[in-house]
Design a protein around this ligand. Structure first.
Ligand code: ZN
Ligand code: ZN
Ligand code: FE
Length: 759
């Protein structure tokens, strides 16, 4: 019989996902001999046998690959027949260039859950059960190739039964690097907040009992600590808010299964898929209209709950107890990074938590829970982190290596390598040293596990962002500064694998403009390497600067001044009734004198201002809260907008907001409901920007529109604009792989910087 030999080089997510045992079993099925090994660029397979066996092997290797594997490329070449007998898995080789992909952390699989709950299994109730199809990955890796000594499992030596599973290619735990059991692996322990051990035969049972009693427990998870309380206990949830210094921003909750979730939230079919996915994100779900049974303080004045299902064995054990839901919020002090280290957790959380359920498997890299929602018929990220990172976004073409440092709020960084863009996990708001350090750590860690040496470093135009300062401090790389809204639109293009030019609608709260003013309601004709600002909302003052963001009444005064001039305080409106007249007069003086009142064209601020004018909020506790309140209060859109128009000054369309504000005020005076006014306001924006895009199409011939920026987290605006633009035969690009908000900025920076450096 004629023998043939082939060499297969496979790249993608093929390590730590049970790929080699799969190859081994497939080879035996196909009756071929040879070997398989992990390399730093993926997996290499040598096979030899008869023609038919080789053919079957090559066609099945991609089609039947294990659930967590993601093959991006297979290279098949003829090889020399050596007469090898049998098939073997040979040790990893770490010499080649490191381009292999690392799997994100994934939720515990069904097989493992079954063993976890089976009294006859040797891992019954063992909270770190895992296999090659599930468990921690990114958060425990220190280096590649992904082998046990390069993970935080290196401190645990496997017992004989674990070792034999690990060595057996036919076993589900073959080379499962975090493989462990109660005899040899990590363990949980419970402490009180004075660091005294709470002795109990079952610390998880004990924790559940403490939660039932209303205590706050810090629980070490996969990507960091959570702070947990019983979500039905009003007192406990309010206490957690007070201690954490988090006034109104919603808390995420966890329930044991879909049925439990359905009691307090509505789940659509797309949302069900998201909740159950191995990535286990927090999914935003509409509250049920009836009383939900959960404490009001979980998600006050908000139409949504952020909900997730258990994703670690420990969660499953906790959820054995009949909690309707547990609050599971990041274990941090207001805006600092989430705690991962045990002693650090004790130090930072002792004033918040009553008890600590900790364990001794280190987390090398923190990764917050991801947050997604269904909007305009697709999955949209609010935060892309645990479960998704470090899976790359694949770009349209290869580009030089760029490190992009992101923006200021919701910071992420992005590293590009050939045609892959690696977005980091959520780093947070770069407003304190801890978060800055986390940025440094994340860059170092990503550079190590990706073997990455950037040629270009990209940052925002804003001179004072800590991410800009970080970029400026690096040496040996070309520094490229990218305008904020340009980066937003390029981010949207990049994830859609599209090129410019497009009409970009970049709507958000704040971004440093090329002219030094604050932008945020921008219409940009965008190429990857440059943009023209062809339109924007007319600029208004932000009296008090940053204070105007926290106090939307200030923006209301500014818009009212714009529309009505002096005498704002005399207007009879909910906002003028709620704010002391002298405060309003001072704000008007600041606007008139240009004192501490930067100018902005931001759409986010316009939302804030309108929300304040109609009486929804004069103050906010977190970014976007007033805009969200307006969206929530808005009723059915009916195409009945306010008057609008624009004027062209030196080739740029300036869109005055006066007429819109006058329309809103007129309706308020007529006693129209917020539901009605909100609908007209949204309708106005949708119609206005659709018509503006039509005019730009007439002027330039551009037929494609990209939507980006935090304002597109507004479902009404996103859905409405897609509908109207597509109805007029525009091609519309939106975000589905990275957040539309500043969490997606680094991707756009990286791609724009590569193009600009080339130029
Ligand atoms: Zn498993
Ligand atoms: Zn063991
Ligand atoms: Fe932005």
């Amino acid at each position: 019989m004629e023998l043939e030999a082939k060499k297969l080089e496979i790249s993608g997510i093929v390590q730590g996902v049970g790929f080699r045992p799969f190859v081994y079993q497939l080879a035996i099925q196909c009756g071929v001999n040879g070997e398989v090994l992990n390399t730093a660029s993926g997996v290499t397979i040598l096979v030899e046998g008869d023609k038919k066996g080789i053919e079957t092997f090559c066609s099945c290797v991609e089609k039947q690959s294990p659930p967590l594997a993601r093959i991006t490329h297979i290279d098949v070449q003829a090889a020399t027949v050596t007469g090898v007998s049998g098939f073997s898995i040979v040790p990893s080789r770490g010499d080649a260039r490191r381009t292999t992909l690392i799997s994100p952390d994934v939720s515990v699989c069904d097989d493992c859950v079954e063993e976890l709950l089976n009294p006859a299994d040797r891992r019954h109730r063992y909270p770190f059960i895992n296999c090659t199809n599930c468990g921690p990955r990114y958060t425990i890796i220190d280096d590649i190739p992904y082998d046990r000594p390069a993970t935080s499992m290196k401190h645990f030596e496997m017992c004989v039964p674990c070792r034999s599973e690990y060595d057996d290619p036919m076993n589900r735990r073959f080379h499962a690097q975090p493989n462990a059991c109660a005899v040899c692996g990590p363990a949980v322990t419970l402490f009180d907040n004075r660091r005294r051990l709470v002795t109990d035969p079952d610390p998880i049972e004990k924790t559940a009992a403490l939660l039932k009693k209303g205590h706050i427990v810090a629980i070490k998870g996969l990507g960091g600590y959570h702070l947990a309380v019983d979500a039905t206990n009003d007192g406990a949830v309010e206490l957690l808010r007070r201690r954490k210094g988090r006034e109104e921003k919603p808390f995420a909750v966890m329930s044991r299964d879909l049925d439990a979730v359905r009691r307090y939230a509505c789940i659509g079919s797309g949302e069900e898929v998201l909740l159950l996915s191995r990535r286990r994100p927090i999914v935003l779900l509409k509250k049920r209209s009836a009383t939900t049974g959960l404490a009001d303080a979980v998600s006050p004045d908000n139409a949504y709950f952020g909900v997730m299902l258990p994703y670690t064995p420990l969660h499953y054990l906790l959820m054995e107890h009949p909690f309707a839901a547990l609050v599971m919020t990041s274990g941090n002090i207001s805006e600092e990074p989430i705690c991962i280290d045990n002693s650090d957790a004790f130090e930072r959380l002792e004033e918040i938590a009553d008890f600590f359920l900790i364990h001794n498997r280190d987390i090398y890299l923190r990764s917050d829970d991801s947050i997604v929602r269904r909007s305009a018929g697709a999955e949209r990220f609010i935060r892309r982190s645990r479960g998704y990172v470090p899976e790359p976004v694949f770009l349209k073409r290869k580009q030089p290596s760029v490190l992009a440092c992101g923006g200021e709020l919701k910071n992420t960084v992005c590293l590009t390598q050939t045609d892959r863009a690696f977005m980091s996990q959520h780093i947070g708001d770069l407003e304190n040293l801890e978060t800055y350090r986390f940025l440094e750590l994340t860059v170092r860690h990503l550079c190590r596990i990706l073997d990455f040496r950037p040629e270009i470093i990209a940052c925002d135009l804003h001179p004072d962002y800590l991410s800009t300062r970080y970029a400026e401090a690096q040496t040996g790389m070309e520094l490229v500064r990218i305008q904020h809204h340009h980066a937003h639109i390029v981010s949207c293009l990049a994830e859609n694998r599209a090129d410019g030019p497009v009409i970009g609608l970049a709507f958000d709260g704040t971004g440093y403009g090329s002219d030094g003013t604050v932008w945020g309601g921008e219409v940009l004709v965008t190429e990857v390497d440059h943009f023209d600002r062809v339109g924007h909302l007319s600029c208004v003052a932000m009296p008090g600067s940053a204070a105007a963001i926290k106090e939307p009444w200030r923006m209301a005064v500014s818009y009212l001044y714009e529309a009505f001039g002096d005498g704002v305080a005399d207007l009879d409106l909910p906002v003028t009734a709620a704010v002391a007249p002298e405060k309003i007069r001072t704000a008007v003086q600041m606007i008139k004198g240009g004192i501490n009142s930067p100018r902005t064209s931001s759409l986010g601020r316009l939302f804030d201002g309108v929300a304040a004018i109609v009486g929804l909020r004069t103050h906010v506790h977190y970014e976007g809260q007033a805009a969200m309140a307006l969206e929530t209060a808005t009723g059915e859109l009916n195409g009945n907008g306010y008057e609008f128009g624009w004027e062209t000054v030196e080739g740029t369309c300036r869109i005055p907001v006066k007429s819109i504000i006058r329309g809103v005020v007129k309706d308020v005076r007529k006693g129209k409901s917020v539901e009605w006014i909100g609908a007209r306001f949204h309708d106005t924006l949708i119609r206005l920007f659709t018509e503006l895009c039509q005019q730009i199409r007439r002027d330039t011939g551009l037929k494609r529109v990209a939507l980006s920026g935090g304002s597109f987290q507004n479902d009404l605006l996103l859905t409405g604009l897609i509908r109207e633009l597509e109805g007029r035969l525009f091609t519309v690009f939106t975000h589905q792989k990275v957040p539309a908000n500043d969490g997606g900025l680094s991707l756009g920076q990286a791609v724009a910087a590569a193009a600009m450096a080339k130029r």
